[in-house]
Write a protein that binds this ligand. Structure first.
Ligand code: ATP
Length: 196
């Protein structure tokens, strides 16, 4: 099968993430998307201590979504989680599958700075999805890199953590956040309604 590897911190997962994954499957660009929840993104602050919560929320949000899986594969890999290590380890562990990297246009612009970027391009195909303010000229792309036309949702995990766009994550994820007193919940009562 063609597996799209979609990595992120997912702190927490939101509708931008899930819609994108569903759209790629619906467009048959991949057979499955594996949401690769990163214990520690090399470009972000360490967040390994809340890893299990981030995984649980991703599983809750994608429950019932066909061909979308949440993976903790990077849990057993060295930190920080470098994409080339993840892709090579996945290929070794699942030789029956072909792995494709899924990244946003924002990340594509910085891709040259990624660890072993050339090696990623040499061994794997890449799907770039649209991100606001980041236009990509398709004529400048290497042959194994393609652009996906996916829906745009104006939301980030930061905006969920800051209580700005709570409706952009699933009600069950919000319930989980409140039950486990994550993010904003240590400053408000668990049963109050934080939506402005
Ligand atoms: P944060 O606000 O904490 O930086 P984030 O919302 O950008 O988080 P990540 O966990 O970094 O979420 O997301 C993983 C990947 O998902 C990123 O590489 C990013 O390109 C992409 N992504 C983030 N928000 C959206 C969105 N609204 N629509 C589509 N893709 C998104």
């Amino acid at each position: 099968m063609r597996i799209g590897v979609y990595g992120g911190t997912f702190n927490p997962i939101h509708i931008g993430h899930t819609s994108l994954a569903q759209s790629l499957v619906e467009q048959h660009m991949v057979d499955e998307v594996w949401l690769m929840v990163s214990p520690q993104n090399p470009m972000k602050q360490p967040t390994a201590d809340d890893y299990q919560h981030r995984l649980n929320m991703a599983r809750i949000a994608t429950r019932g979504m066909a061909h979308i899986r949440v993976s903790d594969f990077e849990r057993s890999l060295p930190l920080p989680s470098y994409t080339i290590t993840t892709l090579n380890s996945l290929s070794h562990e699942y030789p029956q599958h072909q792995f494709t990297l899924i990244i946003g246009a924002d990340n594509w612009q910085r891709f040259g700075h990624w660890y072993q970027a050339d090696e990623i391009l040499r061994r794997y195909s890449v799907i770039i999805y649209r991100r606001p303010l980041f236009d990509i000229d398709p004529h400048t792309l290497p042959p194994n890199v393609s652009i996906a036309d996916t829906p745009l949702y104006d939301v980030s995990s930061t905006e969920i953590r800051n209580r700005q766009k709570l409706k952009m994550t699933s009600p069950d994820v919000l319930k989980y956040i409140r039950t486990h007193h994550l993010y904003f919940c240590h400053t408000i009562s668990a049963d109050s309604n934080p939506e402005p």
